[in-house]
Design a protein around this ligand. Structure first.
Ligand code: 5GP
Length: 186
């Protein structure tokens, strides 16, 4: 029997989702993070099995063929997917947070209508660009792709259940925790 709900958190690359998510999860045994599989290379500091399962394209295709994903998507020249197997188990222990983009969010909502969709906005487009450049792992060409993608993603926020702004990460984390507390009782 599942005990928790699915909470999908979306927001453009560089909006600070990773920081917000780790602040939210501090000391919260009732929240777990759904670790996606991806074909992109790890960034400095990322650990296999913590931020993502880093896999080859061949392995990712194998997982698609085995229907191992709840949903998957291809963008910025890489594949990202939510593995099914960990989900049931995590839901028996509490709420599960998914950091996925809007196509994935839509697919999750279709297969789990109870899922709550939360979109994180940057304080401004200029700030998003500044944060992306600060990360230093993005070439000019990739930067252009990411900013175009960010505009498209932000247009999708209209069909999310909640929209929050990440101006100060701790404040944003607290706002999402309040949403979770509210939705958990419904
Ligand atoms: P990044 O490369 O910056 O870690 O992530 C790029 C985008 O992929 C982010 O918008 C993130 O939310 C999304 N993403 C991460 N995991 C998944 C997944 O399993 N499925 C989908 N659809 N998107 C994902």
């Amino acid at each position: 029997m599942s005990k928790g709900k699915l909470f999908v958190i979306s927001g453009a690359s560089g909006v600070g989702k990773g920081t917000v998510l780790s602040l939210m999860m501090k000391g919260r045994d009732d929240l777990s993070f759904s670790v996606s599989a991806t074909t992109r290379a790890p960034r400095p500091g990322e650990v296999d099995g913590r931020e993502y399962y880093f896999v080859t394209r061949e392995r990712f295709q194998e997982m698609i063929d085995q229907k191992a994903f709840l949903e998957y998507d291809n963008h910025a020249a890489n594949f990202y997917g939510t593995p099914r197997d960990q989900m049931e188990d995590k839901l028996t222990r509490g709420h599960v947070l998914l950091d996925i983009e809007p196509n994935g969010a839509k697919a999750v909502k279709e297969s789990a209508p109870d899922a709550v969709l939360i979109f994180i906005m940057p304080p401004s487009m200029e700030e998003l660009e500044r944060r992306l450049r600060g990360r230093g792992d993005t070439s000019e060409e990739q930067m252009k792709m990411r900013l175009e993608r960010a505009s498209w993603e932000m247009e999708q926020r209209t069909w999310y259940d909640y929209v929050v702004t990440n101006d100060v990460a701790q404040r944003c984390a607290d706002e999402i925790l309040n949403i979770i507390a509210l939705e958990a009782d419904k």
